[in-house]
Design a protein around this ligand. Structure first.
Ligand code: SF4
Length: 187
């Protein structure tokens, strides 16, 4: 397992970081930031991830304390049967509002709030309100269609629930195996 994503995903992250940085520089009062978990609690559907995104996310998940990982696994499995939308991300720490896999989070989490997809109305509600009242009228959003095209070049996407299931119950091969439980250190 590696914490280094393949070059195309690294480049995508870098390009997104540059766009986000430029919006933040122009708008120091931008709403997205530490302490806001609105988008994590309002996901339109189960996240869809490319394999490269999942492999990165998996490295972050594997570093979590086993009890926390077990909670996330339970909440992710429950999503497979949940029909109500929107959903809360199963990885979100609901007490603190923090993302426990922030450094390894998927592309959609990196773009949300800074990129727009015109036909899908991709805005968080708070930002949408600011756009509607003109406060954010002159912002140059990132183009999420272009991000989707680049993600498509990384291969097919699967729902988070499916990646998790394959990790926990691998169909075959050692690469999909969940992390071995930590051995107790000698007294
Ligand atoms: S992975 Fe992290 S940033 Fe993305 S929705 Fe879940 S909690 Fe939020």
């Amino acid at each position: 397992m590696t914490d280094t994503p393949p070059a195309p995903l690294r480049q995508l992250h870098a390009d997104i970081d540059a766009r986000v940085g430029s919006i933040r520089d122009d708008r120091p009062d931008w709403l997205c930031g530490k302490g806001c978990d609105g988008c994590c609690r309002q996901l339109a559907d189960v996240p869809q991830l490319t394999e490269a995104e999942w492999q990165l996310l998996r490295t972050g998940l594997a570093l979590l304390p086993p009890a926390r990982l077990a909670e996330i696994a339970r909440d992710t499995a429950a999503l497979a049967d949940q029909t109500a939308r929107p959903i809360t991300c199963p990885m979100l720490d609901r007490q603190t509002g923090a993302c426990p896999v922030y450094a390894q989070r998927p592309v959609a989490c990196r773009t949300y709030g800074f990129y727009a997809q015109r036909d899908k109305g991709l805005f968080c509600r708070d930002i949408e309100t600011r756009v509607a009242d003109g406060t954010l009228a002159d912002v140059v959003w990132g183009n999420h269609d272009a991000i989707d095209q680049r993600l498509a070049g990384l291969g097919p996407r699967r729902p988070l629930t499916e990646w998790f299931e394959r990790w926990q119950n691998p169909p075959a091969g050692p690469d999909d195996a969940p992390p071995a439980p930590a051995e107790a250190s000698p007294a």
